[in-house]
Structure formats: structure tokens, C-alpha cells
Design a protein around this ligand. Structure first.
Ligand SMILES: Cc1ncc(C[n+]2csc(CCOP(=O)(O)OP(=O)(O)O)c2C)c(N)n1
Length: 324
């Protein structure tokens, strides 16, 4: 169910991938300088995955993420300056500084939240998908999880419920080969996470997660199935992360030179740029104009975050309960 992508779509995709990469590379630098509190898990290397999915999502679709959530937020349309301020724990942040990197949520754009609980997203999207199904307007919900999360009981329960209730859900497993320091060959019971779909009675597909076009095409099919009442799907994106599990991770568990080699060989942005300039008539100048635009945006986001006020002690008492 491949969809024709216009030049505008492709430039948008490039802008999103580049924004995620620059955001992450900059957070890496600023974290090392000591400007950012708390834990940070970077997504660089996985940009094609969030972007290829996000381009299919409407504002009223819901997305639940995991601890490595910045890319998912950006692809879902969460405002970048607010995200940066949130990571800095500032009052101007998306969640007024209360969430930090691992808990960025923005219900206006359908972002249900990054999530510090591994496997926490899938049950949430089942609730959102049930609501979408009852509304009957073709809405869907997507959960992003890692290979580690694919082993969680919460994820199995959610996949079972989604099939039994024929919910409009897509489960996307971003298999970057590691759960913290554990190679997925030592923790995932089958060769491919996609095989597990068979046991739950839903379609499962393996996709090259470095290939924006492959991600975009596979998700189009799953989204169409979900929106038209066909029920859930599972997609496994095989990809790589370019940083450690968290900022500060010495990555001793990775073979020497692996990261440098991956940055050279599997970079989804370089691959995308080669393809669109070679086959889609986009010029290097068009891409570099986007590079400049993104660089300015990230500079502004960091300046905004650095100069924003800290939360007040009284902020601890707001946003704790929701009134219905
Ligand atoms: C329920 C739960 N168990 C354990 C942890 C600790 N933990 C945080 S991230 C992580 C690994 C997750 O790996 P994966 O799902 O593959 O995602 P990746 O980091 O590779 O993107 C673990 C075990 C946690 N946060 N929550």
C-alpha cells in the first residue's frame, strides 16, 4: 500500500529526521557540560523509525513512547523549545519541568508520554485505541517499544487484548540490538520479534528501520488496517542506536569501534539524502537550507531552556490531580 510522497513530504521527512538528530547531538553535548539534570537516553540513529511512522499520524491519533522518547515526540509534532526546556527541568517545559526527558507528554498533539516504565506504553495505547474505536472516526494508537520491552508481560497482555477487542493499534518494536547492556540475542526467545505476532493472531513484519521509505510503506499498511477496523499489527524495526543506553554509559558491552562503524554505514539520514537527491530531484541546496533552519531552531531551543525560570516550590502542588 505504498503512498506517493510529494517533494514537500520528503522535505518534511528530512526536516523531522534532522531535527531529531540535531536535538539529540546537542543534548549529548549539553548533558556532558552538566547543564541537564536527571537521566537522558538518546535516540540518534533511529530517526527514520519515528519519522516514517509519525508522518501517518493525525493530531487525534495517540502515541505512547518509552524512555528513549525525544524522537517520537518530535515526530508527533511536540514543540521543540518546550521539549528542550522540559529536559532542563524548567517551568516553560512541555510538562512545566515536572516530567524531564523520560516523561514528556503533550495531549494536544496526541503524545501520551514517554515512559520510564519499560513496557508501560502498550497497555496505555489499548485504552486510547478503545476510545478511538468507540468514537468511530478512524483514529488509531501506536506504541513504540524496544527489544527489551518486547519481553514484558504488560506488552503480551496488551497485544492479546488488542487482538481480542480488534483495537486500532500498531505495536512498533525498535530493535536496536540491546536492552541496556544485554544483547537481544541473549534475551529475546525467537530470532525476530515479528514472529511473536503469529501467537497473538495479528500480522507481523520485519522492516529495515534505517530505511525511511520501508518504514513509511509498512506503517501505511498497518495504519490502513487499524483505521478500517482490521485490528492491530506488529512491526519490528531493525536499527541501531548511536549513543549508549543512557548518557554516561561507557558502552563496554559493545565491540570496539561498533558505534563509529554504524554512524558511517547505517546512518538513515545520509541514506535518505542520497536517495532523494539521486532519485527524487531534490537538490543538496534544499537539504542544506533545512540543515541551517534546524541548527537555528536547536540553538534557540537551548537558549530558551537555559534562560527559562526554574519551577517554584508551589508548582509541586499543581497538576497532581485531574478534575473530570
Ligand atoms: C519495568 C522496568 N523494568 C526495568 C527497567 C530498567 N530499564 C530501563 S531501560 C531498560 C532497557 C530497555 O531496553 P529496550 O526496551 O530494548 O529499549 P532501548 O533502551 O534499547 O531503546 C531497562 C531494563 C525499567 N525502567 N522498568
Amino acid at each position: 500500500m505504498a503512498q506517493a510522497l510529494s517533494v514537500e513530504d520528503l522535505l518534511d521527512a528530512y526536516r523531522t529526521m534532522k531535527t531529531i538528530r540535531e536535538f539529540e547531538d546537542r543534548v549529548h553535548v549539553e548533558f556532558a557540560k552538566g547543564g541537564i539534570p536527571g537521566f537522558v537516553h538518546l535516540y540518534a540513529g533511529e530517526e527514520a523509525s519515528a519519522t516514517g511512522v509519525g508522518m501517518h499520524l493525525r493530531d487525534d491519533d495517540r502515541l505512547a513512547s518509552n524512555h528513549r522518547g525525544h524522537g517520537h515526540c518530535i515526530a508527533k509534532g511536540v514543540e521543540v523549545k518546550g521539549m528542550m526546556a522540559e529536559i532542563y527541568g524548567k517551568r516553560t517545559g512541555t510538562c512545566r519541568g515536572k516530567g524531564g526527558s523520560m516523561h514528556i507528554a503533550d495531549l494536544d498533539t496526541g503524545m501520551m508520554g514517554a515512559n520510564g516504565i519499560v513496557g508501560g506504553g502498550p497497555p496505555l495505547v489499548c485504552g486510547a485505541a478503545l476510545a478511538a474505536k468507540r468514537r468511530g472516526k478512524g483514529g488509531l494508537a501506536v506504541a513504540f517499544c524496544g527489544d527489551g520491552a518486547s519481553n514484558q508481560g504488560t506488552v503480551f497482555e496488551a497485544m492479546n487484548l488488542a487482538t481480542v477487542w480488534k483495537l486500532p493499534v500498531v505495536f512498533v518494536f525498535e530493535n536496536n540490538g540491546y536492552a541496556e547492556a544485554t544483547d537481544s540475542r541473549f534475551s529475546v526467545s525467537c530470532k525476530d520479534i515479528a514472529q511473536r505476532a503469529i501467537g497473538f493472531g495479528m500480522p507481523g513484519r520485519i522492516v529495515d528501520g534505517h530505511d525511511f521509505f520501508a518504514v513509511h510503506e509498512a506503517f501505511a499498511e498497518a495504519a490502513e488496517r487499524a483505521r478500517s477496523g482490521g485490528g492491530p499489527s506488529l512491526i519490528e524495526h531493525k536499527l541501531d542506536r548511536f549513543f549508549g543506553h543512557f548518557e554516561g554509559d561507557n558502552q563496554k558491552y559493545r565491540p570496539a569501534g561498533e558505534v563509529a562503524r554504524l554512524r558511517e554505514e547505517t546512518c538513515c539520514i545520509k541514506r535518505f539524502a542520497r536517495k532523494v537527491t539521486g532519485e527524487h530531484g531534490i537538490t543538496a541546496q534544499q537539504l542544506s537550507a533545512i540543515d541551517d533552519e534546524v541548527a537555528r531552531l536547536i540553538d534557540e531551543a537551548v537558549a530558551f531552556a537555559e534562560t527559562s525560570p526554574e519551577p517554584e516550590a508551589s508548582d509541586l502542588l499543581t497538576d497532581v490531580y485531574i478534575k473530570y
